[in-house]
Design a protein. Structure first.
Length: 100
């Protein structure tokens, strides 16, 4: 995961530190629909207005950071269990090339 890096890029974009890394994360993938209360949405929209990022990019950076923090704070056994579930959904590794 790259949560801290995306949040730092967002921080740099907000602070207009254009000589620093400030590129938004790629947000392609499965689209979902969710609801946010006015408080959260107002924060996201304020951040969007101050950057060249869109809502999806801002939310992605914030979620990545939230996942990073959650795994840091969780009991290591719970973290390991969750990571195994995530890894289990990934494509299996490619087989090695045949010997020459």
């Amino acid at each position: 995961m790259a949560g801290p890096a995306h949040v730092i890029a967002l921080k740099n974009a907000l602070e207009k530190k254009l000589r620093e890394y400030h590129t938004p994360p790629r947000t392609g993938g499965t689209q979902i629909s969710t609801r946010f209360d006015e408080f959260v949405l107002n924060h996201v929209d304020a951040i969007v207005e101050e950057t060249d990022w869109n809502r999806a990019e801002v939310l992605y950076a914030l979620v990545q950071r939230g996942l990073f923090d959650l795994y840091v704070w969780l009991d290591p056994a719970v973290t390991e269990r969750l990571i195994q579930k995530v890894v289990g959904k990934l494509a299996p590794p490619q087989p090695p090339p045949p010997p020459m």
